[in-house]
Write a protein that binds this ligand. Sequence first.
Ligand code: ADP
Ligand code: MG
Length: 724
Amino acid sequence: MSRSTIISTIQSRGTVPVAFPQQKVTEYFASNVFNHASIQKFCTTDAFNAIKNAVEHATPIDRKLADAVAEGMKQWALSKNVTHYTHWFQPLTGTTAEKHDAFFEPDENGNAIEIFNGKALVQQEPDASSFPSGGIRNTFEARGYTAWDPSSPAFIMEYESGNTLCIPTVFVSYTGEALDYKTPLLKALNAVDHATVAVCQYFDKKITKTWSSLGIEQEYFLIDEAFYNARPDLMICGRTLFGAAPAKGQQLEDHYFGAIPERVHSFMVDFEYEAMKLGIPLKTRHNEVAPSQYECAPMFEEINLAVDHNQLLMDLMEKISRKHKLKVLLHEKPFAGINGSGKHNNWSLITNTGVNLLSPGATPQSNLLFLTIFINVIKAVHDNADLLRASIASAGNDFRLGANEAPPAIMSVFVGTQLHNVLNDIEKNKPNRDARSVGSIKIDKIPEILLDNTDRNRTSPFAFTGNKFEFRAVGSSANSANAMTVLNTIVAETLKQFKMDVDGLIKKRKSKEEAIIEILRGYIKKAKNIIFEGNGYSDEWVKEAAKRGLNNTKTTPQALDAYVSIKSEKIFIDNKVFNKRELHARHDIMLETYIKKVQIEARVMGEMAYSTIIPAALQYQKVLIDSVVGMRSIGIPKAKMNSQMAIINEINDRVTTIKTQVDKMIAERVKANKLIDNHKKAITYCEKIKPHFEFIREEVDKLEFIVADNYWQLPKYREMLFIR
Ligand code: ADP
Ligand code: MG
């Protein structure tokens, strides 16, 4: 299809009507989730209690009870027209995986019967040989298995052709090593729970359990499907490898919070309805800063559930957008020169007594608990900034971090003026005038105004926002489990150390409060250079951070090193999140993913340059040449053709440069592919191959500017971003 046909097709599309749900939200919310209410309705009391204990106390469910749970789950599913079930898991490919099995099996008389028992619920052995395993599971072994995660409820995915019961599971190798995102996350959550409870016990003996909360803001682009299908780079790499910047981008700032276009609105209503049925508590939707960029955000939930819901949400957006002839772009940087997309991870710790530990309290005593957790988180980020940076590293996020309105690759923490003053006072042992005593020491009363959220900094990668930290550097396509596994592990580690430090002082006959304050004071001193309140997008910060000795690791292969440093290795092993083999396997998989992404982009780039760009340029050049020849034949002097000649020459020069660069890039690839070691290979791809992208792109984008519009095949930025 030519560009003009694409555009007229799009303009005649109109909005796909969506029947706005007639019921009240409460009637359809979580209607496709095997939640408390449906478990109670379809399961025996024993089975119900087994699930409850499994969720609350991680008590294993025995085979007999598993049969009973499976029976209840099956009855519930059959009442909702389900024909198949699947173990739903998150392998390291970055997507979700499922393998559907029918509920029906023929019996000995050839009649179909409905089969689904405890064994099928609890464990499956998908032929998983083609999922990445970093060498843990040899391909020919193909033995990985999925195991039920009762802490995330089963749900039903609706399809035109029949509904499927999805059972959230972990995915591990036959020898027990994690092959997915969920397993280490669950372990990290366990570690942070124990470490936090131990510290909370100084303050309140009733705190016996804590859980990490996560609210994920998801940014995305939405463009017409026809544009997407006409761009091999978008289709295969998820981002445009070429494309000249439009005359109008986001500089007018007229998109943010603007009216949502009709077609887009219809899509949003549609997918929100589907999401709500799956129990995803979507609350917010709005336009983002860049044209055709949007955001949605659910209410925060327990982390494991929030991560599952985000993965599900991404799948759902993809599926529903097709119905609207739209395409969701989840890549961190689909378009150069305008904003990229992130996935802000709002994180906190909440106790069984209902206290948000990152919410400043009303009394000096509760403020001390708040400050303890708050300062420990800052120290955790300070001590493990490189690991936190590694947790968000990906080929896609490299284009976003530090570019156009994205946080830089430097990890820093924003705390706001008031808390900054409080930390200074504690450090200098100088409480405010209105400070009140806790035991023998004085604690500042933190003004309530903090809860107003007034003090905001949108340029910080890790910002305190009144009652939670917002990790803003996570990439839009990432599985948040990676970042959350690291964050919860380093906080667990820091709190464990804190407990030992405080106990040490108590043994030396200090009062509990004195000990806590003294240790916190030391932590502030040590960690304060990670705190930055200014503009994180500015060049001054890059310089200032360098002075402070903070790292600014710009590329993924280098950033990933932090996963396997001796320090990180110890933290992961001590907190039982990864064993050494798992950690190194994971590091290898991440390197390999990086290599493949850059390799694929390089291939697509070469192919598009040769098969689409250069032919368009030469066709137009021929028109110019014909025109020059024609003018000469009717006697017009050559001196009068300077403009045509200049364009002809420019096309020639640029085409030559493109071809030379592409050929060089291919030669570098041939060399890189001979490397066996993934670390070396990833660095080579990053340093020797990727730099060609910019050169090639620059030439192509200049051609786009001079080649006659009707010869240019690829949809242009202005069209993709503004026509809907
Ligand atoms: P913003 O001002 O950044 O738009 P909101 O206050 O609207 O942020 O919340 C953004 C996300 O943070 C939402 O998903 C919200 O549920 C979540 N959130 C709010 N409180 C907490 C908390 N205590 N823990 C984790 N997430 C939270
Ligand atoms: Mg936010």
